[in-house]
Design a binder for this molecule. Structure first.
Ligand SMILES: Cc1cc2nc3c(=O)[nH]c(=O)nc-3n(C[C@H](O)[C@H](O)[C@H](O)COP(=O)(O)OP(=O)(O)OC[C@H]3O[C@@H](n4cnc5c(N)ncnc54)[C@H](O)[C@@H]3O)c2cc1C
Length: 396
């Protein structure tokens, strides 16, 4: 291979480029990125950047040593088509880049609130530009309604409360972080919201946004109107894979690929938030949507791309993420099911420091920690060592 293209110039794309060079690939390496700025780190966008403790320059992902990688950048260009027959990536200015192999690393976009008007004061939070626009409106005393209490919603709510806003969070599920943390995590997160003066409304659906040009409120299905000066919609993300339609890749909530991030097309791999590799630990395909996976999957994908179809590299780490909210660090690894037993094995919520282990039968399936990074690190290794989830009990 002498000519590779990485589409998507963010954490996963840059990590793929670094991994390819580290494995000795010395041909042309082109990175195409739709954003017209160099790669930056997204996790601070809902945390230190919103709080004004970090500026855009602090988020840069590239370092001085990356100049030695001899990367060719095409920033501000969007790939619009993958032509498998001609082995070409088509860009939005009509350019066709013929290539020996492609790393798909186009990540995800934030999902807007369906069926609602586009009003000033309504924000999404995925890009630096989004965060900049939101930050400009977070003035002390303003009323912010956050729709969705997932990780990004909870973190942004926490930042806004610290800035002195009057914050309400509306969540459709029974508790914050419902989809990803077990019962203990839900209770902890709900308690943290309450403690920081955030009004949390769960089991509630948003039907409409009120306002003519600018948002003035959020209407719930039960008829309640929540007055709002600013609204953040944080109801999830959608993989950015529309440009791959008709390419021959299997697209189903991301680019479906094997455990080595290899897709249905030869010499095309997919990594990061847009990829849905088979996960041997979970025994199913899984789109991770977390920073660590976007950093680690490219190692595996680069090996697979360079080794060819005979390669056997696989991404096997148990799912992991962290979240900083309300002055505490939450870390989670593994997967919880509704029937898992949970035991706090160290510390307590009252101390704002604990480790909780989830088990199915005797098998540890997940660990959750608050402000216990060292203990968590050890427990995370235990989860990995316990091996894949048993087939009979794996999540649906
Ligand atoms: C506000 C926020 C906070 C977060 N906090 C945490 C956290 O605390 N912990 C954690 O584990 N994870 C967190 N994450 C998740 C983490 O940032 C993502 O998992 C990670 O950014 C994924 O990297 P990626 O490179 O796969 O995708 P992305 O970062 O989404 O990058 C994809 C890039 O591809 C570009 N692109 C898209 N389509 C095209 C195209 N057709 N052509 C060219 N370029 C294209 C996009 O413009 C983008 O620059 C957070 C995410 C956000 C948004």
């Amino acid at each position: 291979m002498r000519n590779l293209v990485v589409v998507g110039a963010s954490l996963a794309g840059l990590s793929a480029a670094r991994a390819l060079r580290a494995r000795g690939y010395d041909g042309r390496l082109l990175l195409v990125g739709a954003e017209d700025i160099p790669p930056y780190d997204r996790p601070p966008l809902s945390k230190d950047y919103l709080l004004g403790r970090a500026q855009a320059a602090d988020l840069a992902l590239t370092t001085d040593s990356d100049t030695a990688l001899d990367l060719e950048w095409r920033l501000g260009w969007r790939a619009v088509r993958l032509d498998a027959a001609e082995r070409a990536v088509e860009l939005d200015d009509g350019t066709r880049v013929v290539t020996d192999g492609v790393v798909v690393a186009t990540g995800a976009t934030a999902v807007p609130l369906p069926g609602t008007a586009r009003l000033a004061g309504v924000h999404l939070l995925r890009t630096l530009a989004d965060a900049e626009a939101l930050r400009a409106e977070l003035r002390p005393g303003a009323r912010l309604v956050v729709v969705g209490a997932g990780l990004i919603g909870a973190e942004a709510a926490s930042s806004a409360a610290a800035l002195g806003l009057n914050v309400t969070v509306v969540e459709r599920g029974p508790a914050p972080l419902t989809r990803i943390l077990g019962r203990v995590g839900n209770e902890v997160s709900a308690a943290l919201h309450a403690e920081h003066g955030i009004r949390l409304i769960t089991g509630a659906a948003v039907t409409e946004l009120a306002g003519r040009d600018r948002v003035t409120g959020v209407l719930l299905a039960d008829g309640r109107l929540l007055p709002a000066d600013v609204v953040l919609v944080a109801i999830g993300s959608r993989p950015s894979v529309d440009w791959l339609a008709g390419s021959g890749l299997e697209l189903d909530d991301g680019v479906v690929c094997d455990a080595g991030c290899a897709t249905a097309l030869p010499n095309v791999v997919a990594v990061g938030d847009c990829a849905r590799p088979y996960h041997p630990w979970l025994r199913r395909h899984h789109r991770a949507q977390h920073w660590t996976a976007a950093l680690e999957q490219p190692e595996v994908a680069a090996a697979r791309l360079l080794d060819g179809p005979g390669g056997s590299s696989a991404y096997t780490s148990a799912p992991y993420f962290w979240s900083d909210q309300f002055g505490v660090r939450i870390q989670f690894a593994g997967h919880t099911g509704p029937d898992d037993r949970v035991e706090i094995t160290d510390g307590s919520f009252e101390e704002r420091s604990f480790l909780a282990v989830f088990r199915r039968g005797e098998l540890p399936t997940a660990v959750l920690a608050m402000n216990r990074p060292k203990l968590f690190g050890r427990a995370r290794r235990l989860i990995a060592a316990a091996g894949p989830l048993p087939a009979a009990q794996r999540p649906r």
